[in-house]
Ligand binder design. Structure first.
Ligand SMILES: Nc1nc2c(c(=O)[nH]1)N[C@H]1C(S)=C(S)[C@@H](COP(=O)(O)OP(=O)(O)OC[C@H]3O[C@@H](n4cnc5c(N)ncnc54)[C@H](O)[C@@H]3O)O[C@H]1N2
Ligand code: MOO
Length: 401
């Protein structure tokens, strides 16, 4: 096992000299999940004017504690007139604070008699006023480059009147499934065959990690076909294969990669996913596509996608949030021991008043995809270690995709 490469070294090799993908402009309404290419400076204050946080009456705080004439009515969306001293204005939530007024009292606290309102005495200046620029100051950085455009960020951009946004192009991924025994759903299974579970699983993960899957290809266990299909796939930014990276005579991916491209790393000290291969493939124009060869076992593909495809895509997209998974410490609700490989166990997390506990799926075999269905995290069990129930373990939280 001395030839197993440490995971840290594999990540360094994977992320070395990765170029960010190009920039494109998209409509804000089509920008969900995309990664901002440039920082955005706020052009507007938000809110753009002082406005009321309540339905009620706007006044000068010095006039509180008296009956005041109601001199105007300010609905949201209508401009306010200056407020004469000793009067108040009927105002609605979101309505513009009239010049001169400095507070709003909610209507539940006010007695009204015709065109007069009795304002309680304890209304401090500034009460229920949402100041101009309280959320966003004109000229400040609204969003940084590398921000993934999720719900609140999209709202923030729309709040600036933005219609078009500059984002990183989605990295294009060619997803190749190797194995003569693997067939697509829709055809009855013959003896020895099984359906391709890796393809839809990885497609979904890749898309969640910001990529566009531009081709899905089935590759037979044949060296010449593997070479030909890898060459074709290399026109994408990233080529991901499943299966065929181990040591059997029918495992052609590594040999094909070495023949036409470059193998940067193979065989990692990781369970599951040991035969994972990293490298590059040449394109017709002389540039190179990145290559990640995932082992065929579905759990190896699932773990490999989170640990390697996610940071690789995060780096291509210039998105730090995608490059690192949050870690959380939990108390192990199981016992286990490891050999020479670091074990990424699929666990569910329980948040209790006394702390976080991790329950491991019973069968942690790399062919048992059920272990990934409800997994919230990977418990990272170091190589050559013993874990007893109640021990503190570090987990990688599968958040954000
Ligand atoms: N003599 C050795 N044999 C194996 C070793 C080893 O070190 N020495 N390593 C084992 C480990 S660990 C793994 S992981 C596997 C990985 O092998 P491959 O990457 O070559 O994958 P395959 O053999 O093609 O497939 C493995 C397994 O997964 C099934 N599979 C493949 N693709 C799919 C798919 N798209 N959907 C569903 N299932 C898939 C395939 O039928 C096999 O059962 O090698 C061990 N062997
Ligand atoms: O790396 Mo393999 O997936 O451990 O079985």
């Amino acid at each position: 096992m001395a030839d197993l490469q440490p995971i840290d070294a594999a990540l360094v090799a994977l992320l070395a000299d990765v170029c960010p993908v190009a920039i494109e402009s998209v409509l804000l309404e089509a920008a969900a999940g995309r990664v901002l290419a440039d920082a955005v400076t706020a052009q507007l204050n938000v809110p753009p004017f002082d406005n009321s946080a309540m339905d009620g009456y706007a006044l000068r705080a010095v006039d509180a504690g008296k009956w005041l004439p109601v001199s105007q009515r300010i609905a949201a969306g209508t401009p306010a007139q200056a407020l004469a001293p000793g009067s108040c204005a009927r105002i609605f939530t979101g309505g513009e604070i009239p010049p001169g007024a400095d507070c709003v009292v909610m209507q539940e606290r006010v007695d009204v008699d015709g065109e007069r309102a009795l304002i309680p005495a304890d209304v401090p200046s500034g009460d229920n006023v949402r100041r101009r620029g309280r959320d966003v100051r004109q000229g400040s950085v609204l969003l940084n480059a590398g921000e993934r455009l999720e719900a609140a960020a999209l709202g923030h951009l729309a709040g600036q009147g933005v219609t078009q946004v500059s984002v990183r192009r989605r990295p294009r991924v060619a997803l190749l499934s190797t194995g003569d025994e693997i067939i697509d759903p829709g055809t009855p299974l013959k003896p020895g065959q099984l359906y391709n579970s890796n393809r839809p699983m990885l497609k979904r993960l890749l898309e969640n990690f910001g990529a566009e899957v531009v081709s899905t290809v089935s590759v037979p266990d044949d060296y010449a076909r593997t070479v030909a299909l890898l060459k074709e796939a290399a026109e994408a930014d990233l080529v991901v294969t499943t299966g065929g990276v181990s040591v059997g005579e029918e495992d052609h991916v590594k040999a094909a990669l070495e023949a036409i491209g470059q193998l940067d790393m193979w065989k990692l000290a990781i369970r599951p996913g040991k035969p994972l291969a990293l490298g590059r493939l040449p394109r017709r124009d002389g540039s190179q596509a990145r290559f990640v060869g995932l082992p065929g076992n579905p759990v190896s593909g699932f773990v490999g996608a989170w640990l390697f495809l996610r940071p690789l895509l995060g780096t291509m997209l210039g998105c730090p949030a995608l490059s690192q998974l949050p870690t959380i410490t939990a108390s192990a609700n199981f016992a286990t021991s490891t050999g020479p490989r670091e074990h990424y166990m699929r666990v569910t997390l329980q948040f209790t008043p006394s702390g976080v506990t991790a329950d491991a799926f019973d069968d942690q075999n790399s062919g048992v995809l059920s272990s990934c269905i409800s997994a919230d995290a990977f418990a990272v069990i170091p190589a050559n270690s013993e874990i007893a129930k109640g021990d503190s373990i570090s987990c990688l939280w599968l958040a954000g995709a």
